[in-house]
Design a protein around this ligand. Structure first.
Ligand code: AMP
Ligand code: MG
Length: 391
């Protein structure tokens, strides 16, 4: 397959078989965004005992004006029992003694001569053992992405570490003799490399580890050597630039030299038609276009899916049909499906100002991409269109 539609490209990526990642153990504090590799089960009932939900008095609802005979604080076992007609002052989170079936909050209680009087209608205010979950219940499923709330759940069952997939190593090569690193090198015709740092953070945002190889010179030898090294060292390799029809675009030739097995060589869409997906010496490889907006968008729509799949995550992008705000009209490449940087303003899609795929500023503040179907010139105001969120 050489020239594929976006649908075909997605299908090829989704059905691509990647090697299973090894696992490792990380401290909870280092686990944000990592992926759990095993189910987690409750080691005890939760709550583990009948628990006071309020600061107040625990009593037996059969008793009238019981006598307060003890104070029960959280985390403490008084190791005593209570006779009929007795009650206990109790703090939130403390064990409710088994003799009691009700708890009146402090604000609804009055103590007169050490006896409890209830001044308002009150709820029970006791959370019974196992009411949240029972010992042995599955509390987290494997392949779940660790968030602060997941860490809270892990910590609540006594875990200090989590078993997670090792982050996939994603190599980034950028090509282009015009790319420089400092102002002193910024002669006429030169420019800074924006794609390396941008791709590195796009990779990191997905929970993978970027390996930046920085700028590769536009020669066949250097390009071939750089790809060969990167595919040896990484689980996935991306290159930016050097992949189209220019005299110094050596990526296609280097891939041929390395006997790459191509999944596709071009995608019928905008921006980023010259995008390759191949296997190079056993490692998946994407050649992304050099233009920064194309590089960003192709990563977002295509590379993201493979990285999510490597991490056992749902690879479907988050997309919604939303009404257009201002009407949008395009004038060229109408035969191609196109994705434009866009925003949601008051629940409506607003297309960002966009000159061409070199116009990186168009992405500032954009929250996603609006899909413009092939053959369509205009997205009328109020018409429902597909909006794909970034990440
Ligand atoms: P290429 O795909 O190599 O033909 O590059 C297309 C355009 O993208 C050219 O204007 C390049 O200067 C620009 N470009 C390529 N790589 C980068 C990069 N890493 N950072 C910024 N611009 C780039
Ligand atoms: Mg180039």
């Amino acid at each position: 397959m050489n020239f594929v539609t976006t649908q075909e490209a997605w299908r090829l990526i989704d059905s691509y078989i990647t090697a299973k990642l090894p696992t490792e153990e990380v401290f909870l504090g280092d686990s944000l965004g990592r992926i759990l590799v095993e189910d987690v089960f409750a080691p005890f009932d939760e709550p583990a005992f009948d628990k006071a939900l309020k600061d107040g008095y625990a009593y037996n609802s059969q008793d009238l004006q019981p006598e307060v005979v003890a104070v029960q604080r959280a985390g403490e076992d008084l190791g005593r029992s209570y006779a009929k007609g007795e009650c206990v002052k109790i703090m939130t989170g403390a064990v409710v003694p088994k003799e009691f079936d009700a708890l009146v909050p402090v604000e609804d209680a009055k103590i007169v001569e050490n006896r409890l009087q209830i001044t308002a209608k009150v709820a029970q205010n006791i959370c019974y053992q196992g009411e949240y979950l029972l010992k042995g219940a599955k509390i987290l499923a494997k392949n779940e992405k660790i968030t602060p709330q997941i860490v809270g759940i892990l910590a609540s069952v006594g875990k200090k570490k989590a078993q997670v997939f090792r982050k996939p190593k994603v190599g980034v090569l950028v090509t282009g003799d015009e790319l420089v690193e400092s102002f002193s090198q910024l002669e006429q015709g030169k420019k800074f490399d924006s794609n390396s740092p941008m791709l590195a953070l796009q990779i990191a945002e997905l929970g993978a580890e970027p390996i930046e190889y920085r700028v590769v010179a536009d020669t066949l030898q250097e390009t071939t050597d750089a790809i060969e090294k990167a595919v040896r060292e990484c689980d996935l390799v991306l290159s930016s630039g050097g992949a189209s029809m220019g005299d110094y675009d050596y990526i296609p030739k280097a891939l041929e030299n390395l006997q790459a097995k191509f999944e596709f060589k071009k995608i019928k869409f905008k921006p980023g038609k010259p995008t390759f997906f191949a296997t190079v010496k056993g490692t998946p490889y994407f050649a992304l276009p050099g233009n920064p907006v194309s590089s960003f968008v192709v990563f977002n729509l295509f590379v993201t899916r493979l990285i999510k799949k490597m991490l056992a995550q749902d690879s479907q992008p988050k997309s919604f049909l939303l009404p257009m705000g201002k009407r949008f009209v395009r004038s060229i490449d109408l035969d191609r499906q196109e994705y434009r940087p866009a925003n949601i303003v008051d629940g409506k899609i607003e297309v960002a100002d966009f000159v061409n795929s070199g116009h990186l500023q168009a992405l500032a503040g954009a929250q996603g991409l609006v899909e413009i179907p092939a053959g369509q010139k205009e997205l009328p105001s109020g018409s429902k269109q597909r909006f794909c969120w970034f990440v």
